[in-house]
Ligand binder design. Structure first.
Ligand code: NOJ
Length: 564
């Protein structure tokens, strides 16, 4: 079944994340925009990705570059107009592709008219749309309780006008909505329906785990953990039991799913930004898969090119998210160090990891520029435009580097540098006369789409070939995964088969994570087609094959008549 005709198309799709501000600037103001994305649809289609997720482009003061929304139904002039947005939806669909919008349900901008009203007076009818409390007695000048924000430090902010405090899970200018107020819930579900009606095929849910806070407003208990991680969101010396993963948030996931399920043709999907161990993440998907369709499995953000590590990761995802659940594989996003940093810009390792992401069971999320191996741009904290960088500007550089190596970015500008299209001025991101909103990485002379398109063995061409294979082979989109065990197999070799019930032979994947060659006995596969990550070629499989260091091969179908 082709992805287009599959009702559960979202289980087998491939997602490409666009950070609109950094993707392509169509009007010379140095800021990427929707018309810029429109101008790159040929590229995206020829790359072979099927679904585009755009980070928020709604009306916003841009204090957190779009994750602070002041009008959920309007488009920020930085990015274009409503007409541009509608054209994008239409043109993406005309190509048989899909579009995912980013929904920031947890908080609004402090410039949203709702919050402006809410903070104007404690008697205002929008007061209860946000979380307002008196400070601790006797004077009310200390925060109401010990709840911390996700960045550390108290999440409470004092408002001198009304003498009360409001809560924000992230930055002070992103006040949290009060989901215990039915009007808020209705308003936000209305926004969800608005964009589904407009044609969004899926919604990415920003910090979904923070939606409901405990009605008791009791202190969070102490924890020894200093820093939260992907698999454990507790940290800053407290267990965030009253602010994160509240049972009411998990119940809301099911309620939201019911809203989305009203849309059938095509089916729409929800992917949640939630953190925690597999058991917690799965709760968001519902015990009968009736919750969020997908959740980001951020453990894959830490993936290194190591055989045992990758095998453990896949095994864990397979065990925790068996069908009908679908795991996700994410190597980078607009908050995290780029994949290239983790693998020290090793092109063959990047191809190997791409081969996993695109052949394993699950939905791959590819961050823009990953397909050409874009690197982090080392921008000092004090130069960062990112509000998180501003908040941590006094942290010494050695600590910034230490955290970066551990997957924590204090200056997220580093992974948001403009897309590198060409070796020309402004890397082809913006007109030569424009001043890009973030500096262009100097390595664009070497790492760019145009140069890599020309080189048959480039990372870009490897992505293209892998994405083409995935579209061609139903087993790669929807097949079950089983390990291939060969006696004497080195631990650095990862091998699995994808099979689809009642179908012709499955697809075999062999990944060599070693820097040494490895001999493969392919007598069981001889007569089939062999694809190699080394040069994206397809040849008839020999009986024996020498896997080069960091080479991935995929075997499928019948033999080719002759080598291509
Ligand atoms: C998570 C988003 O990915 C991040 O970029 C944003 O700053 C915060 N949520 C707050 O919305």
């Amino acid at each position: 079944m082709s992805p287009a005709s599959d009702p559960h198309w979202w289980k087998r799709t491939t997602v490409y994340q666009i950070y609109p501000r950094s993707f392509a600037d169509s009007n010379g103001d140095g800021i990427g925009d929707l018309r810029g994305v429109l101008g790159k649809l040929d590229y995206l289609q020829s790359l072979g990705v099927e679904t585009l997720w755009l980070s928020p482009f709604f009306q916003s003061p841009q204090a957190d570059f779009g994750y602070d929304i002041s009008d959920y139904k309007a488009i920020s002039p930085d990015y274009g107009t409503l007409a541009d947005c509608n054209e994008l939806i239409k043109k993406v669909h005309a190509r048989g592709m899909k579009l995912v919008f980013d929904m920031v349900l947890n908080h609004t901008s402090d410039q949203h008219p709702w919050f402006l009203s809410s903070r104007s007076s404690s008697l205002n009818n929008k007061r209860d749309w946000y979380l307002w409390r008196d400070g601790r007695q006797p004077h009310g000048k200390s925060p109401p309780n010990n709840w911390r924000s996700m960045l550390g430090g108290s999440g409470w902010h004092y408002d001198a006008n009304t003498g009360q405090w409001y809560f924000a899970s992230f930055l002070a200018n992103q006040p949290d909505l009060n989901y215990r107020n039915p009007e808020v819930k209705q308003a936000m579900l209305g926004i969800v329906s608005h964009w589904l009606d407009a044609g969004a095929d899926g919604l990415r849910l920003d910090i979904f785990n923070a939606l409901f806070k405990d009605a008791s407003f009791a202190d969070n208990p102490f924890s020894c953990r200093p820093v939260p991680t992907e698999s454990n969101p507790h940290g800053f010396f407290q267990k965030h039991i009253h602010t994160i993963d509240h049972p009411d948030t998990i119940a809301f996931a099911l309620e939201l799913r019911a809203v989305v399920d009203r849309y059938h043709s095509p089916e729409r999907f929800l992917v949640g930004e939630v953190f925690g161990d597999a058991a917690m993440l799965k709760r968001y998907c519902g015990d009968a898969a009736q919750g969020l369709h997908l959740v980001f499995l951020f453990e894959s953000l830490r993936a290194h090119a190591s055989g045992p590590e990758i095998r453990a990761l896949i095994s864990e995802f397979e065990a925790s998210f068996p069908a009908p659940y679908t795991p996700t594989y994410v190597y980078g996003n607009h908050d995290r160090p780029r994949l290239a940093l983790r693998i020290r810009n090793h092109e063959e390792k990047a191809k190997l990891l791409a081969a996993i992401q695109l052949t394993v069971r699950g939905v791959p999320f590819i961050y823009y520029g990953e397909e050409i191996g874009m690197e982090n741009h080392d921008i000092p904290l004090h130069e960062g435009l990112d509000p998180v960088a501003a908040r941590f500007r006094l942290i010494p550089q050695f600590l910034v580097r230490w955290l970066r190596r551990r997957g924590v970015l204090l200056n997220r500008d580093e992974c948001r540098s403009p897309m590198q299209w060409t070796a020309g001025p402004n890397a082809g991101f913006a007109a030569p006369s424009a001043k890009p909103w973030l500096p262009i990485h100097p390595n664009h002379l070497r790492i760019n789409v145009a140069t890599q398109s020309e080189r048959p063995d480039s990372l870009l061409n490897c992505y293209r070939a892998l994405l083409a294979l995935r579209r061609e082979l139903p087993a790669l989109q929807a097949g079950a995964l089983e390990w291939i065990e060969i006696s004497g197999m080195p631990r650095s070799l990862v091998a699995f088969r994808r099979t689809i019930a009642n179908a012709v032979p499955g697809v075999d994947v062999f990944l060599n994570f070693s820097s040494r060659a490895c001999a493969l006995d392919l007598s069981a596969q001889s007569g089939r087609t062999l694809f190699s990550s080394r040069d994206a070629s397809r040849i008839a499989a020999p009986r024996e094959y020498q896997l080069a260091p960091h080479e991935a091969v995929i075997l499928f179908g019948e033999a080719l008549q002759s080598s291509q």
